[in-house]
Design a protein around this ligand. Structure first.
Ligand code: GDP
Length: 451
């Protein structure tokens, strides 16, 4: 914890005009003073800027501005010094090197934010939002992350936890001081509405968080159908207009994604179904099991049918399977004579001509609509936004639901306390009230250097 750490905080250090090297921890000011020409720094008041030279013995390395911020009003709540030096690889790395030789440690990725967390300046939810802001590629993603940082979601979670604590303490009082039960009588009947309320709020958070995940990770879409119906043409049409941003959006999923576009602030990532497309009759060859797997991997399946042909048994089987998950049927080749029978299903259908880019806009709009992501700008995007947080919320919900079930039976009230406590602990883990060192390390290691 009392490590003094240093790192270069700016990116592309070879090409930017100014770079920032920062250092934080108990030795920060002392270490900078040793290499800085301006000797007033050591006793200067907090939040002041100082002009001078960084020197290696008598040699001037660079002319710099030094920002001095004393604990506790800093990002890490420890002394922090930021050196604004000239851009350029040699100078910047030389300054970092000097800090290290004078006693600073090289910061690990995310270590600045980890200090902020461990010193109690931000909670886990907020820390993860910092990481999300840094990684955001669309406006919606960054809006959502900023909401996380402003603490709205935290408040939702802490309010829920307070309700749980109050339930728990009432139960405890009833057990330990039965003589007071007149005033604080807690019965199966008066526990029920509180549990219901907690359950509803948790359900709502989890439900809305699915949007958060979609905004953050993008919607994974599989385009399937038998050969020659126009799957490649459809994919090309979807990617066509947005070629400029197709290349490198989806970071982590790049391997399995054939291309991505951003539509109305949401990333659509098309899964690579090439392997399947090569087989002669996809539905027959890949079989039901493989089809299921593909559907599991994607958030949305688009089945392409050919308007010019009659429907096959396999295609009917596909449609049945799709009814269980988000799906759209794209009926292609509307320019040709129709031989396709009417399909009885609740799955939305879009009619188009892939090779002429017709029906594409409608298809994209339908996708946004299906996932409830319309008018993102006006929505309150204060959800949990990663799998870790959502999994914990789900655990918490299960415990509350279990408590509710037990409450219907003859189970004594104090047994419910176990479930409620577990729900409370899991919510605590979301905001980092409870943490294991390994988890903390894991979360912060995903940050970039210097943050
Ligand atoms: P895939 O095997 O499902 O990927 O199908 P392709 O995209 O390769 O298309 C098969 C053939 O159908 C190609 O010759 C396309 O030019 C043609 N095709 C695709 N979309 C349309 C369409 O909307 N109308 C017509 N008439 N032909 C299309």
């Amino acid at each position: 914890m009392d490590r003094t750490i240093a790192s270069i905080s700016t990116n592309n250090i070879g090409t930017s005009a100014i770079n920032i090297v920062r250092i934080t921890g108990p030795e920060a000011i002392e270490i900078v003073s040793q290499i800085f020409s301006n000797k007033k720094l050591k006793d200067a008041p907090s939040h002041t800027i100082h002009y001078g030279y960084i020197k290696e013995e008598e040699e001037i390395i660079d002319e710099v501005l030094v920002m001095l911020m004393r604990a506790p009003k800093t990002y890490t709540m420890e002394d922090m010094v930021e050196i604004n030096c000239h851009g350029g690889y040699v100078v910047t790395t030389k300054i970092l090197e000097l800090l290290l030789t004078h006693g600073a440690n090289l910061a690990e990725p995310g270590e600045f934010t980890k200090k902020a967390f461990l010193n109690g300046r931000i909670n886990m939810l907020e820390a993860e939002s910092v990481s999300d802001i840094l990684n955001a590629k669309t406006t919606a993603q960054s809006q959502m992350a900023i909401k996380g940082l402003t603490g709205k979601t935290t408040k939702l979670i802490t309010d829920l936890r307070e309700k749980m604590v109050s339930l728990l303490s009432n139960i405890e009082v009833n057990i330990d001081y039965p003589e007071y039960t007149d005033e604080l009588q807690i019965t199966k009947e008066n526990i029920t509405p509180v549990l219901n309320e907690i359950e509803q709020t948790l359900k709502k958070i989890i439900e809305e968080s699915k949007n958060g995940e979609l905004i953050k990770n993008g919607i994974k879409i599989a385009i399937v159908g038998k050969p020659n119906v126009g799957k490649s043409s459809l994919l090309n049409a979807l990617l066509e207009e947005e070629k400029a941003i197709v290349t490198d959006i989806s970071g982590t999923t790049r391997d399995i994604v054939e291309g991505s576009i951003i539509y109305k602030g949401v990333v659509f990532s098309f899964l690579d179904t090439a392997g399947i497309r090569e087989t002669e009759d996809i539905v027959e060859k890949i079989g039901v099991e493989k089809s299921k797997k593909l559907m599991e991997e994607s958030d949305l399946t688009i089945l392409v049918l050919n308007n010019n042909e009659t429907i096959t048994e396999e295609e009917k089987a596909w449609i049945k399977m799709m009814e269980k998950k988000e799906g759209i049927i794209f009926i292609n080749k509307q320019d040709l004579e129709s031989h396709l029978e009417k399909v009885e299903t609740s799955i939305p259908m879009i009619y188009g001509i892939a090779k002429e880019q017709k029906g594409i806009e409608e298809l994209k709009e339908k996708i946004i609509d299906l996932f409830g992501l319309k008018d993102l700008g006006n929505k309150d995007l204060s959800y949990l936004s990663n799998a870790r947080q959502i999994a914990l919320a789900k655990e918490s919900l299960l415990s509350i639901q279990h408590a509710k079930e037990e409450n219907q039976k003859e189970t004594p009230i104090d047994m419910l306390a176990i479930d409620i406590r577990s729900a409370w602990e899991n919510l605590g883990k979301i905001i980092g009230e409870y943490y294991e060192e390994e988890l903390v390390d894991n979360i912060f290691s995903k940050f970039c250097l210097g943050k």
